[in-house]
Ligand binder design. Structure first.
Ligand code: ADP
Length: 548
Protein backbone atom coordinates (compact mmCIF):
# COMPACT_ATOMS: atom_id res chain seq x y z
CA UNK A 1 0.00 0.00 0.00
CA UNK A 2 2.78 2.39 0.94
CA UNK A 3 4.05 1.96 -2.62
CA UNK A 4 0.84 3.22 -4.16
CA UNK A 5 0.55 5.99 -1.61
CA UNK A 6 4.04 7.14 -2.54
CA UNK A 7 3.18 7.19 -6.22
CA UNK A 8 -0.12 8.91 -5.56
CA UNK A 9 1.69 11.53 -3.52
CA UNK A 10 3.95 12.27 -6.45
CA UNK A 11 1.05 12.97 -8.79
CA UNK A 12 -1.45 14.10 -6.17
CA UNK A 13 -2.40 17.38 -7.88
CA UNK A 14 -3.18 15.84 -11.21
CA UNK A 15 -5.03 13.02 -9.45
CA UNK A 16 -7.01 15.52 -7.43
CA UNK A 17 -7.82 17.46 -10.57
CA UNK A 18 -8.99 14.31 -12.35
CA UNK A 19 -11.11 13.32 -9.37
CA UNK A 20 -12.68 16.76 -9.16
CA UNK A 21 -13.44 16.66 -12.86
CA UNK A 22 -15.02 13.20 -12.47
CA UNK A 23 -17.07 14.36 -9.53
CA UNK A 24 -18.22 17.48 -11.37
CA UNK A 25 -19.18 15.20 -14.25
CA UNK A 26 -21.08 12.91 -11.91
CA UNK A 27 -22.89 15.80 -10.27
CA UNK A 28 -23.75 17.28 -13.66
CA UNK A 29 -25.13 13.89 -14.54
CA UNK A 30 -27.24 13.86 -11.38
CA UNK A 31 -28.33 17.42 -12.22
CA UNK A 32 -29.71 16.07 -15.48
CA UNK A 33 -32.15 13.89 -13.60
CA UNK A 34 -33.39 16.83 -11.59
CA UNK A 35 -33.99 18.77 -14.82
CA UNK A 36 -35.68 15.80 -16.48
CA UNK A 37 -37.88 15.45 -13.42
CA UNK A 38 -38.78 19.13 -13.46
CA UNK A 39 -39.40 19.09 -17.19
CA UNK A 40 -41.92 16.29 -16.77
CA UNK A 41 -44.20 18.52 -14.75
CA UNK A 42 -43.15 21.95 -16.10
CA UNK A 43 -45.33 24.55 -17.81
CA UNK A 44 -44.72 25.43 -21.47
CA UNK A 45 -43.00 28.78 -20.75
CA UNK A 46 -40.43 27.20 -18.37
CA UNK A 47 -39.43 24.53 -20.87
CA UNK A 48 -36.94 26.60 -22.97
CA UNK A 49 -34.95 27.61 -19.86
CA UNK A 50 -34.85 24.00 -18.71
CA UNK A 51 -33.83 23.01 -22.23
CA UNK A 52 -30.80 25.33 -22.14
CA UNK A 53 -29.82 24.04 -18.73
CA UNK A 54 -30.16 20.50 -20.01
CA UNK A 55 -27.90 21.24 -22.97
CA UNK A 56 -25.24 22.87 -20.79
CA UNK A 57 -25.20 20.03 -18.30
CA UNK A 58 -25.09 17.42 -21.05
CA UNK A 59 -22.07 19.20 -22.56
CA UNK A 60 -20.43 19.35 -19.13
CA UNK A 61 -20.95 15.61 -18.71
CA UNK A 62 -19.37 14.93 -22.09
CA UNK A 63 -16.35 17.16 -21.59
CA UNK A 64 -15.64 16.04 -18.02
CA UNK A 65 -15.93 12.38 -18.92
CA UNK A 66 -13.44 12.66 -21.81
CA UNK A 67 -11.08 14.77 -19.77
CA UNK A 68 -11.05 12.63 -16.66
CA UNK A 69 -10.74 9.41 -18.61
CA UNK A 70 -7.77 10.78 -20.53
CA UNK A 71 -6.06 11.84 -17.33
CA UNK A 72 -6.66 8.47 -15.69
CA UNK A 73 -5.39 6.54 -18.72
CA UNK A 74 -2.20 8.60 -18.49
CA UNK A 75 -1.95 8.15 -14.73
CA UNK A 76 -2.44 4.40 -15.11
CA UNK A 77 0.33 4.06 -17.67
CA UNK A 78 2.62 6.38 -15.69
CA UNK A 79 2.07 4.33 -12.56
CA UNK A 80 2.74 1.12 -14.44
CA UNK A 81 5.98 2.46 -15.89
CA UNK A 82 7.07 3.82 -12.50
CA UNK A 83 6.27 0.59 -10.64
CA UNK A 84 7.96 -1.43 -13.36
CA UNK A 85 11.17 0.58 -13.10
CA UNK A 86 10.98 0.46 -9.32
CA UNK A 87 10.68 -3.31 -9.34
CA UNK A 88 13.53 -3.62 -11.82
CA UNK A 89 15.59 -1.30 -9.59
CA UNK A 90 14.96 -3.42 -6.55
CA UNK A 91 16.00 -6.54 -8.46
CA UNK A 92 19.15 -4.79 -9.73
CA UNK A 93 20.00 -3.31 -6.32
CA UNK A 94 19.30 -6.45 -4.29
CA UNK A 95 22.14 -8.58 -3.01
CA UNK A 96 23.00 -11.61 -5.13
CA UNK A 97 22.29 -13.83 -2.16
CA UNK A 98 18.70 -12.58 -1.88
CA UNK A 99 18.14 -12.86 -5.61
CA UNK A 100 19.36 -16.44 -5.59
CA UNK A 101 17.12 -17.26 -2.64
CA UNK A 102 14.00 -15.58 -4.09
CA UNK A 103 14.23 -16.95 -7.60
CA UNK A 104 12.80 -15.16 -10.61
CA UNK A 105 9.14 -16.21 -10.68
CA UNK A 106 7.79 -13.79 -8.10
CA UNK A 107 9.35 -10.73 -9.69
CA UNK A 108 8.42 -11.90 -13.19
CA UNK A 109 4.75 -12.25 -12.30
CA UNK A 110 4.85 -8.77 -10.82
CA UNK A 111 6.47 -7.31 -13.92
CA UNK A 112 3.95 -8.91 -16.25
CA UNK A 113 0.59 -9.52 -14.56
CA UNK A 114 0.34 -7.42 -11.45
CA UNK A 115 1.28 -4.17 -13.14
CA UNK A 116 -1.52 -4.63 -15.66
CA UNK A 117 -3.96 -5.21 -12.85
CA UNK A 118 -2.93 -1.84 -11.44
CA UNK A 119 -3.53 -0.19 -14.82
CA UNK A 120 -7.04 -1.69 -14.95
CA UNK A 121 -7.62 -0.23 -11.50
CA UNK A 122 -6.68 3.23 -12.76
CA UNK A 123 -8.92 2.80 -15.78
CA UNK A 124 -11.84 2.05 -13.50
CA UNK A 125 -11.16 5.07 -11.28
CA UNK A 126 -12.99 7.69 -13.40
CA UNK A 127 -16.16 5.64 -13.65
CA UNK A 128 -15.85 4.91 -9.96
CA UNK A 129 -15.59 8.59 -9.12
CA UNK A 130 -18.27 9.55 -11.59
CA UNK A 131 -20.71 6.82 -10.58
CA UNK A 132 -20.03 7.55 -6.94
CA UNK A 133 -20.85 11.21 -7.39
CA UNK A 134 -23.95 10.46 -9.46
CA UNK A 135 -25.22 8.29 -6.61
CA UNK A 136 -24.32 10.92 -4.02
CA UNK A 137 -25.95 13.62 -6.17
CA UNK A 138 -29.11 11.54 -6.55
CA UNK A 139 -29.20 10.89 -2.81
CA UNK A 140 -28.89 14.62 -2.18
CA UNK A 141 -31.77 15.29 -4.55
CA UNK A 142 -33.79 12.60 -2.77
CA UNK A 143 -33.01 14.31 0.51
CA UNK A 144 -34.24 17.57 -0.99
CA UNK A 145 -37.47 15.85 -2.01
CA UNK A 146 -37.89 14.16 1.39
CA UNK A 147 -35.46 13.78 4.28
CA UNK A 148 -37.23 10.66 5.59
CA UNK A 149 -36.52 8.88 2.33
CA UNK A 150 -32.86 9.91 2.56
CA UNK A 151 -32.50 8.45 6.05
CA UNK A 152 -34.10 5.27 4.84
CA UNK A 153 -31.73 5.17 1.86
CA UNK A 154 -28.67 5.58 4.09
CA UNK A 155 -29.82 2.70 6.31
CA UNK A 156 -30.31 0.56 3.21
CA UNK A 157 -26.80 1.38 1.99
CA UNK A 158 -25.36 0.33 5.36
CA UNK A 159 -27.21 -2.99 5.34
CA UNK A 160 -26.13 -3.59 1.76
CA UNK A 161 -22.47 -2.85 2.53
CA UNK A 162 -22.47 -5.31 5.41
CA UNK A 163 -23.38 -8.17 3.09
CA UNK A 164 -20.82 -6.93 0.61
CA UNK A 165 -18.12 -6.84 3.22
CA UNK A 166 -18.68 -10.51 4.13
CA UNK A 167 -18.52 -11.59 0.48
CA UNK A 168 -15.49 -9.40 -0.20
CA UNK A 169 -13.47 -10.93 2.65
CA UNK A 170 -14.03 -14.44 1.32
CA UNK A 171 -13.40 -13.39 -2.27
CA UNK A 172 -10.12 -11.67 -1.36
CA UNK A 173 -8.95 -14.90 0.23
CA UNK A 174 -9.54 -16.71 -3.06
CA UNK A 175 -7.91 -13.97 -5.12
CA UNK A 176 -4.83 -14.05 -2.90
CA UNK A 177 -4.38 -17.80 -3.08
CA UNK A 178 -4.90 -17.82 -6.83
CA UNK A 179 -2.24 -15.12 -7.13
CA UNK A 180 0.25 -17.31 -5.23
CA UNK A 181 -0.41 -20.12 -7.68
CA UNK A 182 0.42 -17.74 -10.53
CA UNK A 183 4.01 -17.64 -9.27
CA UNK A 184 4.20 -21.43 -9.49
CA UNK A 185 2.81 -21.23 -13.00
CA UNK A 186 5.49 -18.79 -14.10
CA UNK A 187 8.07 -21.27 -12.79
CA UNK A 188 6.39 -23.98 -14.87
CA UNK A 189 6.32 -21.77 -17.96
CA UNK A 190 10.06 -21.30 -17.67
CA UNK A 191 10.58 -25.04 -17.34
CA UNK A 192 8.50 -25.45 -20.51
CA UNK A 193 11.23 -23.69 -22.47
CA UNK A 194 14.35 -24.38 -20.43
CA UNK A 195 13.48 -28.07 -20.26
CA UNK A 196 12.17 -28.39 -23.83
CA UNK A 197 14.83 -30.94 -24.80
CA UNK A 198 14.22 -33.13 -21.77
CA UNK A 199 10.46 -32.93 -22.23
CA UNK A 200 10.58 -33.78 -25.94
CA UNK A 201 12.74 -36.81 -25.34
CA UNK A 202 10.63 -38.41 -22.66
CA UNK A 203 6.93 -38.73 -23.36
CA UNK A 204 5.97 -39.86 -19.88
CA UNK A 205 7.95 -37.09 -18.26
CA UNK A 206 6.27 -34.60 -20.56
CA UNK A 207 2.81 -35.96 -19.83
CA UNK A 208 3.42 -36.11 -16.12
CA UNK A 209 4.79 -32.56 -16.08
CA UNK A 210 1.84 -31.20 -18.03
CA UNK A 211 -0.85 -33.25 -16.33
CA UNK A 212 0.41 -33.05 -12.79
CA UNK A 213 2.39 -29.91 -12.31
CA UNK A 214 1.05 -27.42 -14.86
CA UNK A 215 -2.53 -28.68 -14.97
CA UNK A 216 -2.75 -28.68 -11.18
CA UNK A 217 -1.66 -25.07 -11.02
CA UNK A 218 -3.87 -23.99 -13.90
CA UNK A 219 -6.78 -25.77 -12.26
CA UNK A 220 -6.09 -24.19 -8.88
CA UNK A 221 -6.01 -20.72 -10.43
CA UNK A 222 -9.21 -21.46 -12.36
CA UNK A 223 -11.08 -22.70 -9.29
CA UNK A 224 -9.89 -19.92 -6.97
CA UNK A 225 -10.53 -17.13 -9.45
CA UNK A 226 -13.97 -18.53 -10.32
CA UNK A 227 -14.88 -18.75 -6.66
CA UNK A 228 -13.65 -15.25 -6.03
CA UNK A 229 -15.47 -13.65 -8.93
CA UNK A 230 -18.68 -15.68 -8.39
CA UNK A 231 -18.72 -14.35 -4.86
CA UNK A 232 -18.56 -10.84 -6.28
CA UNK A 233 -21.41 -11.63 -8.65
CA UNK A 234 -23.43 -12.89 -5.70
CA UNK A 235 -22.54 -9.74 -3.78
CA UNK A 236 -23.56 -7.58 -6.74
CA UNK A 237 -26.90 -9.39 -6.95
CA UNK A 238 -27.34 -8.83 -3.25
CA UNK A 239 -26.66 -5.15 -3.82
CA UNK A 240 -29.22 -4.95 -6.63
CA UNK A 241 -31.76 -6.83 -4.56
CA UNK A 242 -31.32 -4.46 -1.65
CA UNK A 243 -31.75 -1.52 -4.03
CA UNK A 244 -34.98 -2.94 -5.49
CA UNK A 245 -36.22 -3.73 -1.99
CA UNK A 246 -35.53 -0.14 -1.03
CA UNK A 247 -37.40 1.22 -4.05
CA UNK A 248 -40.28 -1.14 -3.34
CA UNK A 249 -40.44 -0.17 0.31
CA UNK A 250 -40.42 3.55 -0.46
CA UNK A 251 -42.94 3.42 -3.30
CA UNK A 252 -45.34 0.95 -1.79
CA UNK A 253 -44.64 1.07 1.94
CA UNK A 254 -43.38 4.44 3.11
CA UNK A 255 -45.84 6.41 0.99
CA UNK A 256 -48.77 4.63 2.66
CA UNK A 257 -47.78 5.95 6.08
CA UNK A 258 -46.81 9.32 4.80
CA UNK A 259 -49.03 10.41 1.91
CA UNK A 260 -47.12 12.18 -0.86
CA UNK A 261 -48.23 14.11 -3.89
CA UNK A 262 -48.15 12.39 -7.25
CA UNK A 263 -45.34 14.57 -8.64
CA UNK A 264 -43.10 13.84 -5.64
CA UNK A 265 -43.75 10.14 -6.05
CA UNK A 266 -42.88 10.27 -9.74
CA UNK A 267 -39.77 12.22 -8.72
CA UNK A 268 -38.69 9.33 -6.47
CA UNK A 269 -39.29 6.85 -9.25
CA UNK A 270 -37.24 8.80 -11.79
CA UNK A 271 -34.33 9.24 -9.36
CA UNK A 272 -34.36 5.57 -8.39
CA UNK A 273 -34.34 4.42 -11.98
CA UNK A 274 -31.58 6.87 -12.76
CA UNK A 275 -29.50 5.57 -9.85
CA UNK A 276 -29.68 1.90 -10.75
CA UNK A 277 -27.05 1.98 -13.51
CA UNK A 278 -24.34 3.84 -11.59
CA UNK A 279 -24.91 1.65 -8.56
CA UNK A 280 -24.49 -1.46 -10.68
CA UNK A 281 -21.39 0.17 -12.16
CA UNK A 282 -19.99 0.76 -8.68
CA UNK A 283 -20.74 -2.80 -7.62
CA UNK A 284 -19.12 -4.29 -10.69
CA UNK A 285 -15.92 -2.31 -10.29
CA UNK A 286 -15.26 -3.74 -6.84
CA UNK A 287 -13.58 -6.94 -8.15
CA UNK A 288 -11.05 -4.87 -10.06
CA UNK A 289 -10.40 -2.84 -6.90
CA UNK A 290 -9.79 -6.02 -4.94
CA UNK A 291 -7.57 -7.52 -7.64
CA UNK A 292 -5.55 -4.32 -7.63
CA UNK A 293 -5.21 -4.58 -3.86
CA UNK A 294 -3.85 -8.13 -4.15
CA UNK A 295 -1.51 -7.06 -6.97
CA UNK A 296 -0.19 -4.20 -4.86
CA UNK A 297 0.42 -6.53 -1.97
CA UNK A 298 2.50 -8.73 -4.24
CA UNK A 299 4.46 -5.82 -5.69
CA UNK A 300 5.11 -4.62 -2.17
CA UNK A 301 6.12 -8.12 -1.12
CA UNK A 302 8.66 -8.54 -3.92
CA UNK A 303 10.09 -5.11 -3.20
CA UNK A 304 10.34 -5.91 0.49
CA UNK A 305 11.88 -9.35 -0.02
CA UNK A 306 14.59 -7.76 -2.13
CA UNK A 307 15.97 -5.08 0.14
CA UNK A 308 18.52 -2.73 -1.33
CA UNK A 309 22.08 -3.81 -0.78
CA UNK A 310 23.67 -1.03 1.21
CA UNK A 311 26.55 -0.33 -1.10
CA UNK A 312 28.10 2.71 -2.59
CA UNK A 313 28.21 2.20 -6.34
CA UNK A 314 31.72 2.11 -7.75
CA UNK A 315 33.47 1.84 -11.07
CA UNK A 316 36.02 -0.63 -12.38
CA UNK A 317 39.07 -1.10 -10.15
CA UNK A 318 42.51 -1.25 -11.72
CA UNK A 319 44.76 -2.76 -9.05
CA UNK A 320 45.15 -4.12 -5.54
CA UNK A 321 48.04 -5.19 -3.32
CA UNK A 322 46.43 -7.97 -1.35
CA UNK A 323 43.13 -9.68 -0.81
CA UNK A 324 42.93 -11.61 2.44
CA UNK A 325 40.15 -13.96 3.55
CA UNK A 326 40.23 -14.05 7.29
CA UNK A 327 38.20 -16.93 8.71
CA UNK A 328 35.31 -16.40 6.31
CA UNK A 329 32.34 -18.76 6.33
CA UNK A 330 29.18 -19.24 4.32
CA UNK A 331 26.40 -21.74 4.79
CA UNK A 332 23.47 -22.94 2.77
CA UNK A 333 20.44 -24.36 4.46
CA UNK A 334 18.71 -26.92 2.34
CA UNK A 335 15.12 -27.09 3.52
CA UNK A 336 14.18 -30.26 1.71
CA UNK A 337 17.02 -32.30 3.21
CA UNK A 338 16.97 -30.26 6.42
CA UNK A 339 20.71 -30.04 6.09
CA UNK A 340 23.30 -27.32 6.24
CA UNK A 341 26.35 -27.07 4.03
CA UNK A 342 29.04 -24.92 5.55
CA UNK A 343 32.06 -23.55 3.78
CA UNK A 344 35.02 -22.50 5.90
CA UNK A 345 36.30 -20.96 8.00
CA UNK A 346 38.67 -20.16 5.17
CA UNK A 347 41.96 -18.28 5.49
CA UNK A 348 43.59 -17.28 2.21
CA UNK A 349 45.73 -14.53 0.77
CA UNK A 350 45.92 -13.46 -2.88
CA UNK A 351 48.50 -11.17 -4.41
CA UNK A 352 48.90 -9.71 -7.90
CA UNK A 353 50.54 -11.92 -10.51
CA UNK A 354 49.59 -15.24 -8.92
CA UNK A 355 48.17 -18.23 -10.77
CA UNK A 356 46.13 -20.27 -8.29
CA UNK A 357 44.26 -23.51 -8.98
CA UNK A 358 41.22 -24.33 -6.88
CA UNK A 359 40.58 -28.06 -6.92
CA UNK A 360 38.36 -30.60 -5.16
CA UNK A 361 35.50 -32.99 -5.82
CA UNK A 362 32.02 -32.02 -6.97
CA UNK A 363 30.07 -30.26 -4.25
CA UNK A 364 33.19 -29.57 -2.21
CA UNK A 365 32.38 -25.84 -2.25
CA UNK A 366 34.66 -24.48 -4.97
CA UNK A 367 32.02 -22.33 -6.65
CA UNK A 368 30.74 -21.14 -3.29
CA UNK A 369 34.27 -20.10 -2.30
CA UNK A 370 34.66 -18.31 -5.64
CA UNK A 371 31.42 -16.40 -5.03
CA UNK A 372 32.74 -15.41 -1.61
CA UNK A 373 36.08 -14.29 -2.96
CA UNK A 374 34.52 -12.07 -5.62
CA UNK A 375 32.11 -10.52 -3.12
CA UNK A 376 28.82 -11.98 -4.36
CA UNK A 377 28.24 -13.53 -0.95
CA UNK A 378 28.92 -11.45 2.11
CA UNK A 379 30.87 -13.57 4.59
CA UNK A 380 28.63 -14.79 7.41
CA UNK A 381 31.64 -15.14 9.69
CA UNK A 382 35.13 -13.68 9.44
CA UNK A 383 36.01 -10.91 7.03
CA UNK A 384 37.68 -10.05 3.78
CA UNK A 385 40.45 -7.48 3.73
CA UNK A 386 41.41 -5.48 0.67
CA UNK A 387 44.89 -3.94 0.90
CA UNK A 388 44.80 -4.47 4.66
CA UNK A 389 41.43 -2.80 5.18
CA UNK A 390 38.32 -4.82 6.00
CA UNK A 391 35.67 -4.74 3.28
CA UNK A 392 32.55 -3.34 4.93
CA UNK A 393 29.05 -3.63 3.57
CA UNK A 394 29.19 -0.23 1.86
CA UNK A 395 32.52 -1.09 0.17
CA UNK A 396 31.28 -4.34 -1.35
CA UNK A 397 30.36 -2.93 -4.74
CA UNK A 398 33.74 -1.23 -5.03
CA UNK A 399 35.39 -4.49 -3.96
CA UNK A 400 33.51 -6.50 -6.62
CA UNK A 401 34.82 -4.24 -9.37
CA UNK A 402 38.23 -5.92 -9.00
CA UNK A 403 37.01 -9.17 -10.55
CA UNK A 404 36.38 -10.53 -14.00
CA UNK A 405 34.69 -13.90 -13.86
CA UNK A 406 33.45 -16.65 -16.13
CA UNK A 407 31.18 -18.84 -14.01
CA UNK A 408 30.35 -22.34 -15.13
CA UNK A 409 26.73 -21.19 -15.53
CA UNK A 410 27.77 -17.87 -17.06
CA UNK A 411 25.42 -15.56 -18.92
CA UNK A 412 26.51 -14.01 -22.18
CA UNK A 413 24.99 -10.63 -23.05
CA UNK A 414 24.87 -10.13 -26.79
CA UNK A 415 26.16 -6.59 -26.39
CA UNK A 416 29.31 -5.35 -24.69
CA UNK A 417 27.39 -3.22 -22.22
CA UNK A 418 29.32 -0.69 -20.19
CA UNK A 419 32.67 -1.11 -21.88
CA UNK A 420 33.61 2.24 -23.35
CA UNK A 421 37.09 1.55 -24.59
CA UNK A 422 38.70 3.40 -27.48
CA UNK A 423 38.90 1.08 -30.47
CA UNK A 424 36.70 -1.47 -28.73
CA UNK A 425 35.72 -3.19 -31.97
CA UNK A 426 39.28 -3.64 -33.26
CA UNK A 427 40.52 -4.83 -29.87
CA UNK A 428 37.65 -7.30 -29.74
CA UNK A 429 38.43 -8.42 -33.28
CA UNK A 430 42.01 -9.31 -32.28
CA UNK A 431 40.70 -11.32 -29.35
CA UNK A 432 38.25 -13.13 -31.62
CA UNK A 433 41.23 -14.26 -33.69
CA UNK A 434 43.15 -15.34 -30.60
CA UNK A 435 40.13 -17.38 -29.53
CA UNK A 436 39.62 -18.85 -33.03
CA UNK A 437 36.19 -17.31 -33.37
CA UNK A 438 36.88 -14.85 -36.18
CA UNK A 439 34.96 -16.95 -38.71
CA UNK A 440 31.99 -17.42 -36.42
CA UNK A 441 31.37 -14.05 -34.88
CA UNK A 442 31.97 -10.44 -35.77
CA UNK A 443 31.73 -7.47 -33.45
CA UNK A 444 30.36 -4.17 -34.60
CA UNK A 445 29.48 -1.18 -32.41
CA UNK A 446 30.08 -3.36 -29.39
CA UNK A 447 27.54 -5.98 -30.48
CA UNK A 448 28.18 -9.64 -31.23
CA UNK A 449 26.78 -10.65 -34.60
CA UNK A 450 25.51 -13.84 -32.96
CA UNK A 451 25.65 -15.76 -29.70
CA UNK A 452 24.03 -18.89 -31.13
CA UNK A 453 27.15 -20.98 -30.78
CA UNK A 454 28.31 -24.16 -29.15
CA UNK A 455 28.75 -24.04 -25.38
CA UNK A 456 32.54 -24.12 -25.76
CA UNK A 457 32.46 -21.23 -28.24
CA UNK A 458 30.12 -19.21 -26.05
CA UNK A 459 32.54 -19.72 -23.19
CA UNK A 460 35.30 -18.36 -25.37
CA UNK A 461 33.17 -15.28 -26.01
CA UNK A 462 32.64 -14.94 -22.25
CA UNK A 463 36.41 -15.11 -21.87
CA UNK A 464 36.76 -12.39 -24.49
CA UNK A 465 34.47 -10.16 -22.44
CA UNK A 466 36.64 -10.64 -19.34
CA UNK A 467 39.72 -9.72 -21.38
CA UNK A 468 38.07 -6.48 -22.43
CA UNK A 469 37.07 -5.77 -18.84
CA UNK A 470 40.78 -5.88 -18.01
CA UNK A 471 40.45 -6.14 -14.25
CA UNK A 472 43.17 -7.16 -11.80
CA UNK A 473 41.64 -10.47 -10.60
CA UNK A 474 40.39 -13.24 -12.91
CA UNK A 475 38.28 -16.21 -11.89
CA UNK A 476 37.45 -19.09 -14.23
CA UNK A 477 35.04 -21.77 -13.00
CA UNK A 478 35.70 -24.98 -14.95
CA UNK A 479 36.19 -22.88 -18.01
CA UNK A 480 38.14 -25.52 -19.93
CA UNK A 481 35.59 -28.28 -19.34
CA UNK A 482 33.83 -27.61 -22.67
CA UNK A 483 36.96 -27.00 -24.75
CA UNK A 484 38.67 -29.48 -27.02
CA UNK A 485 42.23 -30.62 -26.14
CA UNK A 486 43.95 -28.14 -28.48
CA UNK A 487 42.12 -25.24 -26.97
CA UNK A 488 42.74 -26.52 -23.44
CA UNK A 489 46.44 -26.32 -24.30
CA UNK A 490 46.01 -22.74 -25.47
CA UNK A 491 44.09 -21.86 -22.30
CA UNK A 492 46.42 -23.41 -19.73
CA UNK A 493 49.75 -22.85 -21.48
CA UNK A 494 49.21 -19.51 -23.18
CA UNK A 495 46.26 -17.52 -21.93
CA UNK A 496 46.65 -18.11 -18.19
CA UNK A 497 50.45 -17.48 -18.12
CA UNK A 498 49.85 -14.36 -20.25
CA UNK A 499 47.38 -13.02 -17.73
CA UNK A 500 49.81 -13.76 -14.92
CA UNK A 501 52.63 -12.06 -16.82
CA UNK A 502 50.42 -8.98 -17.07
CA UNK A 503 50.28 -8.94 -13.27
CA UNK A 504 46.78 -10.36 -12.99
CA UNK A 505 45.79 -12.68 -10.20
CA UNK A 506 44.14 -15.74 -11.71
CA UNK A 507 42.03 -18.25 -9.81
CA UNK A 508 41.16 -21.31 -11.87
CA UNK A 509 38.65 -23.90 -10.73
CA UNK A 510 39.62 -27.04 -12.56
CA UNK A 511 39.65 -30.83 -12.72
CA UNK A 512 42.35 -30.99 -15.43
CA UNK A 513 45.11 -32.65 -13.42
CA UNK A 514 47.40 -32.70 -16.49
CA UNK A 515 47.95 -29.00 -15.98
CA UNK A 516 48.16 -28.86 -12.17
CA UNK A 517 51.94 -28.44 -12.34
CA UNK A 518 51.49 -25.07 -14.05
CA UNK A 519 49.97 -23.53 -10.93
CA UNK A 520 51.99 -21.30 -8.66
CA UNK A 521 49.82 -22.54 -5.88
CA UNK A 522 46.89 -24.87 -5.41
CA UNK A 523 44.03 -24.92 -2.91
CA UNK A 524 42.15 -28.16 -2.36
CA UNK A 525 38.66 -28.22 -0.89
CA UNK A 526 36.71 -31.08 0.62
CA UNK A 527 33.30 -30.76 2.31
CA UNK A 528 33.73 -27.01 2.47
CA UNK A 529 37.12 -27.14 4.17
CA UNK A 530 40.56 -26.41 2.78
CA UNK A 531 42.33 -29.76 3.10
CA UNK A 532 45.56 -28.94 1.30
CA UNK A 533 47.48 -26.06 -0.22
CA UNK A 534 50.92 -25.84 -1.75
CA UNK A 535 53.01 -25.59 -4.86
CA UNK A 536 51.48 -26.84 -8.12
CA UNK A 537 54.46 -29.04 -8.88
CA UNK A 538 54.10 -30.91 -5.56
CA UNK A 539 50.55 -31.70 -6.54
CA UNK A 540 51.68 -33.34 -9.74
CA UNK A 541 54.10 -35.54 -7.80
CA UNK A 542 51.30 -36.49 -5.46
CA UNK A 543 48.92 -37.45 -8.24
CA UNK A 544 51.68 -39.34 -10.04
CA UNK A 545 52.46 -41.23 -6.83
CA UNK A 546 48.80 -41.91 -6.26
CA UNK A 547 48.51 -43.25 -9.81
CA UNK A 548 51.58 -45.44 -9.28
P1 ADP B 1 31.54 -27.23 -6.28
O1 ADP B 1 31.70 -25.96 -7.03
O2 ADP B 1 32.78 -27.63 -5.56
O3 ADP B 1 31.01 -28.36 -7.11
P2 ADP B 1 29.46 -25.80 -4.87
O4 ADP B 1 30.18 -24.68 -4.21
O5 ADP B 1 28.72 -25.51 -6.12
O6 ADP B 1 30.48 -27.01 -5.11
O7 ADP B 1 28.43 -26.43 -3.84
C1 ADP B 1 28.81 -26.82 -2.55
C2 ADP B 1 27.60 -27.35 -1.79
O8 ADP B 1 26.68 -26.30 -1.57
C3 ADP B 1 26.85 -28.43 -2.55
O9 ADP B 1 26.56 -29.47 -1.63
C4 ADP B 1 25.61 -27.78 -3.03
O10 ADP B 1 24.54 -28.68 -2.98
C5 ADP B 1 25.39 -26.63 -2.06
N1 ADP B 1 24.84 -25.47 -2.75
C6 ADP B 1 25.40 -24.81 -3.79
N2 ADP B 1 24.65 -23.75 -4.15
C7 ADP B 1 23.56 -23.75 -3.33
C8 ADP B 1 22.42 -22.91 -3.19
N3 ADP B 1 22.23 -21.84 -3.98
N4 ADP B 1 21.52 -23.20 -2.22
C9 ADP B 1 21.71 -24.27 -1.41
N5 ADP B 1 22.76 -25.08 -1.49
C10 ADP B 1 23.70 -24.85 -2.42
Amino acid sequence: MSLLLNLIRQSRWILLLALIISIVGGLANAGLVAIINQALGASAERLPTLGWQFLLLALAVLVTRTLSQTIFVKLGQNTKAALRMKTIRSVIDASYQNLERQGASGALTVLTQDLDTIVIFFLSLPSLAMNGSIVLGCLAYLGYLSWQVLVFAVVTVLVGSLGFHVANTRAMFHLRSSRNREDDLVKDFRALFDGAKELKLHRRRRNAFVDESIAANVEAVRVQRTRGYVLYTAAASWGSMILLAFIGCVLFGLTRFQPVQAHVLSGYAVVFLYMIMPIEGLLSSIPSLSSAKVALERIDHVNRELPRENVEPADSATSFDSIVLNGVTHSYFREKENEVFTLGPVNLTFRPGELVYLIGGNGSGKTTLAKMIVGLYAPEGGRIELDGKPVEEADRDRYRQHFSVVFSDFFLFDELHGLDIDGLDSQAQQLLELLHLEHKVTIRDGKFSTTDLSQGQRKRLALLVTYLEDRPFYVFDEWAADQDPTFKEVFYRRLLPDLKARGKTVLVITHDDRYFSLADRYIKLDYGQIVATGDGRELEHQSLNAAA
